[in-house]
Design a protein around this ligand. Sequence first.
Ligand code: ADP
Length: 841
Amino acid sequence: MKGEDWNPRGVEDEEFSAALHQRTEELYRIPNAETDDEGLITCAVLTMRDLVVFPRMVSPIFITPGPTLLAIQEAQDAGTTVIALTQRDPDIDDPQPDDYLPVGVEMAVGRLLSMPDGNSSALVQGRRRVEVVDFIQREPFYIIRARPIEESPDVDRQTDALMRTARDLFERCVQLDRSLPDEAHLFSINISEPGWLADMIATAISLPFKERQALLLTADPQDRLKRVNWLLAQELDVLQLEDEIQTRVQSEVDRSQREFYLREQMKAIQTELGEGDIWGREITELRAKVEQTALPVEARSAAMKEIERLAQMPPLAPEVGIIRTYLDWILELPWELSTPDNLDVRHAACILDQYHYGLGRAKDRILEYIAVRSLNPKKSRQPILCFVGPPGTGKTSLGRSIAEALGRKFVRLSLGGVRDEAEIRGHRRTYIGAMPGRILQTMKRAGTVNPLFMLDEIDKLGVDFRGDPAAALLEVLDPEQNFAFSDHYLELAYDLSRVMFITTANALGTIPAALLDRMEVIEFPGYIEEEKVEIAHRFLIPRQIEESGLADAEIQIMDSALKRLIREYTYEAGVRNLEREIGRMCRKVARMKSEKRRYPTRLGPNLIEKYLGPPQFFDTEAERQDEVGVATAVAWTENGGEIMPIEVLILEGKGNLQITGQIGDVMQESAQAALSYLKSRADQLGIQSESFERLDVHIHVPEGAIPKDGPSAGITMATALISAFTDRKVYKDVGMTGEITLRGRVLPIGGVREKVLSAHRAGLKRVILPERNLKDLVDVPKKVRTDLKIIPVNHMDQVIEVALYPAPFVEEKRHLRQRKSADKKVEKEKEEKEKEKVSPN
Ligand code: ADP
């Protein structure tokens, strides 16, 4: 027989509870078995497999057909009670007397009710504990004799305390345990007997079978109460823990329910306001937009997929914003729209000339490019052009004009300081705030698939631990790959093959080799003064006059004034600062005009200082003198060329070499080489070799200019060194560049045009160049070639001949030196005498 725990919750239905009441009444009417002379009762056994029913408790039980059913039927016929005996082990099917607990409960069994499954059920009510004495019948069911266990209803102080504790603990359990009805606690208050209270609580709370058995066996009421209290405390612990977990879970659930509720409310409000299902409408609109936009198949299906995801989400879900931004990107990037190319070479030539003076080579190359395109439109694999030159030499503005000539959109992206591959290629969408890389951002700005895309400052690209941006750029520029450029954010192949890329750089040296390989370099060497004046008259002045709001031809800047601006206010290879200074001049005049003051219409050189303040650069050449130990290098820097005086000083010391100023490793090495050469030639140059041991050499390269090519200062350092050791002056009007070997050979260097132009700009008269660099002079303007005398050299001996004052006769020199040391001796003696005078002792 299997049974269920007492569970008052099962009694809910009114009709059912009335029937139950009636059945309970009947139960109560059944009397206890009478004791015989020995004080024993004789009853049939009701076998309990896994159920313990305590005295006075009412429970339903379920009975399967068999001996137990027979026993009950017979007891009911006789109107007597039975004894419930619980098996020690519920798994035993045919229990023998020893398989039962030695203590059972006499109980009344109510009417049997047949159940649909063929079993029966009945209500039972425990009466009292009994102790088994012996089994007197075995077939067809057990009958035993048993001794009822009397319990004292008395309550002493200790028992009272135990009872209170039990009630308190039980009350708290009832509060926490949802399966216990509130009345259960009330019921416990009304029980006055300690044993009964213990049994009642044991019935109510959930206990393991073993615990119930143990409680049944504990005959002493006080002991039973103690045990129950201990069990209650444990149960309470578990319940409290459960409650905490429950509360936490509940608050989570509450929050999401609250959000759900608010969203539903918002929907209701929107409907009420006639705004209908905005979300639904938005999704529909998005779908329509994707359908109407010209997109490649892949992009369209990606967009649709995202929209379907969106449709599944409530409008305020956090991912909504992310998906919408992604969709916006897909929709706003140009996928198909292109501008038709104007490949008319003459038209292009007109436009390039219209906005730019000079730049013949660059213009020619571009016209060739356009011509090839027009003859063979399919040939898309033309090399990427790379414009290299100092700032302000018209690289960007020429690019703009090319775009105009071709009828393409023009966009620029500066790569200066880009160190992270993700800046080029974007971040994956899983990053918060992810965006496509700069390439696609710029394409979005262009709005067409075939803009002229200028990548500025490709020589300033950085590399660090976050990946190599140059590798990503390679993919951008490589026609083999760029038809399917991959951006981490977009995750769709994007076709860059119709873009015309032009890169710009100030210097070639720092461009990653792999990139440089794919590009055709066009140099923008910088302008000479006459060209600058021309550019100013034709383009810069008219533009600045217009920008400052003055009328055309209202003011005129005289050539002499422009030259002053160029020489004393700007010092550059390009014309950027010149344009700025012209702008400043124009604004001064504009202000006077708007203040209704008289203003000059012809601006001469004197007005410049008045308007722009004192000059910032001085005519360096005029200031300098022929000197010992100072030679002029012409160096190549990012800003074009610059002249750079290199100074050498020799001091008493121990033969050390010290180099200070703007120098890198390469320059340090070439200083060493120059010194070694000098030592090896000491004899021929008339230098005493001991002097290298007792003198320190100090070479100084001035700050300011940062030369890009270290070794080219070699011959200049050697010249300054020789000058210092031989006392021969260096001509101030000679500039020089060239690498020196230990044996004094002069090797070719780079950046010749910029260097020659800078020498010209600085007003030098002669430039010493390695002979093998002569070929680089072809692009130098004629004017410069006639103004400057270029002296090609192969060996340091030639340099010395050109740059240094002639050597005095060796005899003469020796005499000079002897006189010097004699003078020194006299001087020393004088000093010592003076000292003696001061300190008479
Ligand atoms: P870069 O890109 O080489 O640094 P920009 O193209 O920005 O230089 O040129 C700076 C300014 O100088 C622009 O206003 C440009 O129009 C003007 N400029 C430079 N070279 C020329 C030229 N050859 N003819 C006309 N204007 C020029």
